[in-house]
Each structure stands twice: as C-alpha cells, then as structure tokens.
Design a protein around this ligand. Structure first.
Ligand code: AKB
Length: 320
C-alpha cells in the first residue's frame, strides 16, 4: 500500500498530480503538502492537506509519521526565471529541500522518492536537436545547476543506499488548472490565457524560440507510469528525457489563430530569452520509451483546442 506525500502540492504539476493520485491510490493515502501557495478547494476537499516545508525537517518528519508515509514526491522548486532573480533561494529550496527529503526517505527506508528534473539541466554546449539522454550537462542557470546536482544526488542514493529514487526531465508543461510560476516556459501558458482574455499578448521570448513542451495529461501519465515502472527494467533513475512536442512561438500563434483569428502577438524579449536559447529544441526520449513504455498523446493542435476550450469556459464563468 502506498502512503504518498506530495511536497509542493499547490503548484502547477503538484495540484493536478495530487488529485490524480488520490483517484488511483485512495483519497486518504495521498497527503497534499502545501507551503505558501493557497491550495485549491478541490485539493482541500478531496483528502488530507498539511503545511510542509522541505526545509523544515521537524515538520516534515511529523507529517511523515502522522500518515505513515512511504513515498515522497517532491514537486517544490524555484524555477528558472525566479531562480535567476534569487539564485541563493533557488539553491536553498531545490538542494537543501531535496537532501532533507532523501535523508528522511533513507532513514525511514521508504519505498520510493520521485524527484522531477527538467530540460534546464542542458546548456548552450549541449546538442540542441534531438538532445540525447546521455550528453553534456553544463547549464547556465542556477535552476539548471540544482537540477543537475539533484539528478546526481538521486542517483547517488540509489547506488549508495539502495533507495528507489526516480525522476524525469520535464519539458515546458502547459496546463489550465493551476498557473505555472517563475519559469521560462510560462509564456506558452500565458499565450492561451491572454488569447482568450484580451486577444493579444506581449511575449518575453522571440517568435523563433523553439522549446520542447508537453500538455498536462501527458505529464501526469509520464509521472505515474515512471512511478509504477518495474525498478529492474530502469537503466536510468533520476534523469529520463521525455519528449512530446516542440514548436516555435510562431507555430503556437498559428495554432491559436485557427480558433481566434484576430489574436495579436508582439515581442519584448527579456532575460528569459537567453535561458530559452540555452535549452534544447527537441529531445531523444528513446530510453523512456524502451524502459517504461513512454508515449505521448497530445500534439500542438490537439492541446490548443483543449486549452482554449477550458480557458474559455473559465472566462465565461468569471473565474479568470
Ligand atoms: C522553467 O521554465 O523553468 C520550467 C522548466 C522547463 O523546468 N518550466
């Protein structure tokens, strides 16, 4: 029986993942760990919610004991944009939070820890097209530095202590339930929201910017499939490349215009352009496909149709 604690449950991925895990493993068995971000009413109504800050070891231990937690998913992170504004905070949350979780999991002999990584592990010297699983990891952001270190740390706990630690390199995640916060790929979500709200958007990266992206249903599927994969079949642990689609901002705009023809976009690139330019265009995810059957369902146009429908509904209900 899994008793799961999701740290960072109120965030973009954590909020939807927690709800999904409750439907799979049982509402009482999935604890939403929240910190500063206000959780959605759905999260509060469907199962236990506790204040959890991975930097506060005593509080973490008491939640783990209270719910007999045997698996932790660490979705708490300071992302690339915020991390460049406050590198020390990114280091503290992303590294010290992670090692606290790994140590606790080791001491309590937990069944599994899931620690997401990101395409931010790559840098300007990494091959940009079809970026291999094993390649140069020299990121130029603090977020990327912490994600490389996090992958290595997780792999170390697997090898040294036999702890089952797993992770995937998420591309930009696009969703309509909870907004992302502080990332470089946030423009892709903002384009959909502003297309519905104002029919115009000023983008902080240029129209030629191409990045790997993924729609939330695929992100959730990948996360649960990796959690459930047979440990003995995993050739990697904390660093699986997962691809779904990649497109330029111009491609996205063309896709949106099929539904909202008068949508207008302008460009005012800021410091996040350099971050985006240091990341891959596309990923080779053969290892994930071979080891645990990864296969995405959504392409750009299917995602656009779904996103615009959901955001339009929210807009009509006065929720945004
Ligand atoms: C970011 O843009 O920082 C994140 C990521 C790619 O990990 N969305």
């Amino acid at each position: 029986m899994k008793n799961i604690l999701v740290v960072g449950s109120a965030g973009q991925i954590g909020s939807e993942l927690t709800l999904l895990l409750r439907t799979i493993y049982g509402s009482d068995r999935v604890v939403a760990g929240i910190r500063k971000t206000k959780p959605s009413q759905k999260l509060i109504d469907t199962g236990p919610c506790e204040v959890v800050d991975a930097l506060d070891t005593d509080a973490l231990v008491s939640v783990v004991d209270k719910y007999k937690i045997n698996m932790i998913i660490n979705m708490a992170a300071i992302l690339s944009g915020t991390g460049e504004k406050n590198p020390m905070l990114a280091w503290d949350v992303n590294m010290n939070g992670l090692i606290n979780i790994l140590e606790l999991a080791r001491e309590r002999k937990m069944d599994q820890v899931l620690v997401p990584s990101s395409i931010a592990v790559f840098g300007p010297t990494t091959p940009r097209e079809n970026t291999p699983q094993d390649t140069i990891l020299k990121p130029t952001t603090m977020y990327g530095v912490t994600k490389v270190a996090g992958e290595l740390l997780g792999d170390y706990y697997v090898k040294k202590y036999g702890l089952d630690v797993r992770g995937l390199r998420y591309p930009g995640i696009i969703s309509h339930e909870t907004l992302p916060g502080g990332g470089t790929t946030d423009y892709a979500v903002a384009i959909y929201y502003e297309a519905v709200r104002q029919k115009k958007y000023t983008c902080f990266v240029n129209e030629h910017t191409r990045l790997p992206m993924m729609y939330m249903p695929d992100c959730l599927k990948a996360t649960v499939d990796l959690m459930e994969a047979d440990f003995d079949k995993l050739r990697y642990h904390c660093d699986y490349n997962i691809g779904a689609m990649d497109f330029t901002v111009a491609d996205m705009v063309a896709s949106v215009k099929k539904h909202i023809p008068d949508f207008e976009i302008s460009y005012a690139p800021d410091f996040r352009q350099e971050i985006a330019d240091s990341w891959p265009n596309s990923l080779d995810d053969t290892a994930a496909r071979e080891d645990w059957g990864w296969k995405p369902d959504y392409d750009l146009d299917a995602m656009t149709a779904d996103m615009l429908e959901a955001i339009t509904r929210k807009h009509e209900q006065g929720l945004i």
